[in-house]
Write a protein that binds this ligand. Sequence first.
Ligand code: MEV
Length: 300
Amino acid sequence: MTITTCSAPGKIYFFGEHAVVYGEKAIACAVNLRTRVSVQPYGGHVISSSLGTTGLDTVIHPYVTQCIREMEQYITGGVKIDITSDLAVGSGLGSSAAVTIATLRALSVQFDTGHTLDEIAAIGHAIEGKVQGAASPTDTFVSTMGGVVTIPGRKKLSLPECPIVIGYTGSFSSTRELVANVRSLKEDYPVAIDPIINTIGSLSGYGEVLIEDRDYIALGGLMNINHGLLDALGVGSLELSNLVWAARKAGAWGAKTTGAGGGGCMVAITDHPEEVADAIRSAGGVAIITSPTHEGVRVE
Ligand code: MEV
């Protein structure tokens, strides 16, 4: 019986999370941390991951369950799906997009559905929207296509040559809740919050130029500003800021929350990845040294 395995990368945001929900520019970057999904024909539907083994289950495996539903017309009988991942669930590294895109691609290859990568990215985005309530296309697009891209413009930028250090606080954060919190803040105080969101979009614009110029020191400075603005939107946490400041003190060019915030991860760029990773560990975080990748979803 054939088994198809696909993997898809997680991502970090250099700039623009939350602001991108309101159409502002963001810059996201696929990183060398991947989720692998194996698919094989089976008597019924079975989904196995570090979260447990279930059938179709909208609580434990909401994204994969939705992927199977989307592809149901192509699936003969059932499927057994096995998931392994370098990405912690709810870490803000695009774990849900990576599992969604890897699953859709594996189902598409296994059952020869003929979906293009653009179609997979679009279906993945719709699934994230259904499960999370609101989602920008960033995570699913970057996980499908790889590289460093602007959203919503979908322009591919030069791949930064600097190491990336991720610091994980160890605490889960709910994108759905955090997006809803920012929305109500924006509705309550539009005159104060709208300019913050616009400024984050402007940072992405400046950042795009700096990435092309390979000016990572200036890029880091703008990431620091973006971190402050995410705090102002209420998506910071003591743990995140501790890791951010530890990374900066260890010489990082810039460090900020990445993803929805509230917990999850921060990201730093630096030419001293080992020192920055040690500082993050000493401040109580889990440190991962990684790098940008051109590669999006792929058949293993
Ligand atoms: C979450 O990784 C990023 C947010 O901007 C939400 C989204 O873009 O869907 C907070």
